[in-house]
Design a protein. Sequence first.
Length: 173
Amino acid sequence: MTLADCDRVSAIRVRGWQTAYRGLVPQPYLDRLDVREDAERRRDLLARAPDGTVNPDGTVNLVAEDDAGQVVGWACHGPYRSGEPHTADAELYALYVDAGRLGTGIGQALLRESAHRCTAAGYARMLLWVLEGNARARRFYERAGFRADGAEEPFEVDGVTVPEVRYSRALTG
């Protein structure tokens, strides 16, 4: 991902939230999501990355592009964020695909590349969090070999608690 990708990544992410989380998180929160604000925040974070891709905290941003070079998906992974210090696991922080391209394999390709990079970095396991009610995402990750591992965590949005479940998968060379 480059600085030039931030606007498109933010558009995909915000629209992804507004679509996937409708009925799961408060609608006023979804309505307030702003692509420009998200892109600016993303540019600020990416600008701090020494090589333009890996942030000082180990976060890696990947994009998928179509044949015309337009960004059609985004994934972000890095060390698992479970308090301090980080654990020895990787975490998939986010994976979003342009709504018009869902079901075309872009998400699978981004997930495979994230898992490959985490394996190459020496992580033995990848973890991720999914909103409990997000059945589509849960099926996607289950088809990719992830399983709910019993960990649950409340996620608060606009004063409403939205439960998340954690998924895990062993990474192999």
